[in-house]
Design a binder for this molecule. Structure first.
Ligand code: UDP
Ligand code: MG
Length: 313
């Protein structure tokens, strides 16, 4: 096999022992028809069942496996897969057989038009406790991120390699990959995919995912908008609060000058409080600037560079 396959298929798995072999078979059948070289990367995210042994039992040099010391979460598993991937095209899918490998050719077709393509489980086979919160979540995410896709949380996605190499995933940010990519300037397409009910094993995500998802949405938005200029947000708030404090204090001072007692006025408290809080916000912004500055990470992506024609983007 050539050292550099055309496709890298990444499957994050946590306790999916009953699904591994069937998934492999299905992937194998589809991938052999496509006639593109490929590697199949399983990331065993700290399974406590026989998932790892099942993967190891597959006798196929195209199958790679990375095993985590413990369960770090799907974002970590995907991130690891992205780092390992050698292919020009990267495809991720869930390891529970809910995503159907036969969709891969359609992803590849659509990927000719976009930098990344996200799957949309338009007819979703999951309990209502999942589908209803998910609708709300998708609506909110669409609103906040400005990315016009229907389904953010579909594990089935295809990317041109340069996209995954330029995305920084951690925590539970895997839900926001389309937004992270879009904000970096990449185009995001979407195709409807067939979704199957989970037959073996259990879903790893319960009701708490909504809260976590929401917190992550705040993180993502914040990261996007303010990472580069923390002082612009904190300083702005600080100046607004501090200025109101100064105005209140000036007003009280004019009263004091004309001989009116102000020592027992609650407004005095408020004025001083606003000035102190304002100063704190400005300091916070400056500390943020200091951190951003010392990291010195260029956040731009170069599409073409005549100095480095061979940089592969
Ligand atoms: N998964 C993982 N680490 C985790 C949780 C899930 O690697 O901590 C994998 C899981 O094995 C599956 C995929 O991520 O292959 C999607 O998980 P799941 O089916 O539980 O999510 P759902 O379909 O219920 O949203
Ligand atoms: Mg699932």
């Amino acid at each position: 096999m050539s050292n550099k396959p055309h496709l890298s298929i990444i499957v994050p798995v946590h306790n999916e022992e009953e699904n591994i072999l069937e998934l492999y078979e299905k992937l194998y059948n589809t991938l052999s028809i496509i006639e593109k070289t490929y590697e199949l990367i399983f990331v065993d995210d700290g399974s406590t069942d026989n998932t790892f042994e099942k993967i190891k039992s597959i006798k196929d040099s195209k199958v790679k496996v990375v095993r985590f010391q413990r369960n770090y979460g799907k974002a970590a598993a995907l991130s690891c897969g992205f780092k390992k991937a050698k292919g020009d095209i990267v495809i991720t899918l869930d390891g529970d057989l809910q995503d159907d490998p036969k969709e891969i050719p359609r992803f590849l077709e659509e990927l000719k038009k976009y930098d990344m393509v996200s799957g949309w489980k338009s007819k979703r086979h999951d309990p209502i406790s999942k589908t209803v919160p998910s609708r709300f979540f998708n609506w909110l995410t669409r609103l906040i991120t400005g990315v016009k896709i229907n389904d953010f949380n579909c594990g089935y996605k295809a990317y041109n390699k340069y996209v995954v190499k330029n995305i920084n995933l951690y925590g539970e940010l895997h839900r926001y990959i389309p937004a992270l990519a879009y904000w970096k300037g990449y185009t995001v397409g979407e195709i409807e995919v067939e979704h199957h009910p989970r037959i073996h094993g259990e879903s790893k995500y319960g009701a708490e995912r909504l809260l976590k998802g929401f917190l992550d949405l705040i993180t993502v938005t914040f990261l996007m908008m303010y990472k580069k200029r923390p002082l612009h947000v904190f300083g702005g708030i600080g100046i607004l609060l501090g200025l109101s404090g100064v105005i209140i204090s000036l007003y009280l001072m004019t009263l004091w000058v004309t001989g009116i007692k102000i020592g027992d006025r609650p407004l005095l408290m408020l004025g001083i409080l606003l000035i102190v809080i304002g100063a704190q916000f400005i300091s916070l912004g400056l500390i943020g600037e200091l951190i951003t500055n010392s990291r010195n990470n260029d956040d731009y992506i170069i599409k073409y560079d005549s100095y480095e024609l061979e940089n592969g983007r």
